[in-house]
Ligand binder design. Structure first.
Ligand code: GRF
Length: 203
């Protein structure tokens, strides 16, 4: 028994944050270990990363389930079968049902490519460019039923340069994400931040 916190990562795509979490967890003193990757998309490039790193992985295609709840139940079964204690969403493009969120509340975290509470939802870099803000960034937060609204665990700022495009921003922001997410997971795994009474409490 390593005593590290058994952690799953939910993905739908590229998996660059997954790669950053796996790399961080390779360090023996890192407090979490990545024991399972779940993708709802069979062709997700992140699955290749998981397999290459020897991490157990499961494909659970959302289209195979008649409801959001049934899909989430299957994810929940996979998480419990792997004895997972913490779940990181990393580019997971499905909205969870409320029962699933309630069940994993305080143990389910997500990374979002903006400084929340600004620019929730999708097409985030375009929203940032349209707004004219000079600073963007990324946020790791506890997941609550309302989309991109959970208590904030950690954030990093990223400058928006004149002449930036969706392509340049969507290359710069992930660089910050790959540093932030492992730090945030460390904080949660070490119990240095908890979700209590709907707030992130730092201890
Ligand atoms: C990241 O920008 C993350 O903030 C957002 O989805 C993207 C996932 O990228 N939720 P990747 O699959 O980790 O490369």
């Amino acid at each position: 028994m390593s005593g590290r916190v058994r952690t799953a990562v939910l993905i739908s795509g590229r998996g660059s944050n997954l790669a950053a979490l796996i790399a961080a967890a390779r360090e023996p003193e890192y407090p979490a270990e990545i024991v399972l990757v779940v993708s709802n998309v069979e062709a997700a490039a992140g699955l290749v990363i998981a397999r290459g790193a020897g991490v157990s992985n499961a494909v659970i295609p959302h289209g195979n389930y008649s409801s959001r709840e049934a899909f989430d139940d299957e994810i929940d079964r996979a998480l419990r079968a792997a004895k997972v204690a913490l779940v990181c969403e990393a580019g997971f493009m499905r909205i969870h049902s409320h029962p699933f969120v309630r069940k994993w509340e305080g143990r389910l975290i997500n990374i979002h490519p903006s400084l929340l509470p600004s620019f929730r939802g999708i097409r985030v870099h375009q929203q940032v460019l349209d707004s004219g803000v000079r600073v963007s960034g990324c946020t790791v937060h506890f997941v609550v039923p309302e989309l991109d609204s959970g208590p904030i665990i950690a954030q990093a700022a990223v400058p928006v340069h004149p002449g930036d495009s969706k392509a340049t921003l969507s290359a710069r922001v992930p660089e910050a994400e790959h540093v932030l997410y492992p730090k945030a997971l460390r904080m949660v795994a070490e119990g240095r931040v908890k979700l209590e009474g709907g707030k992130a409490v730092f201890v």
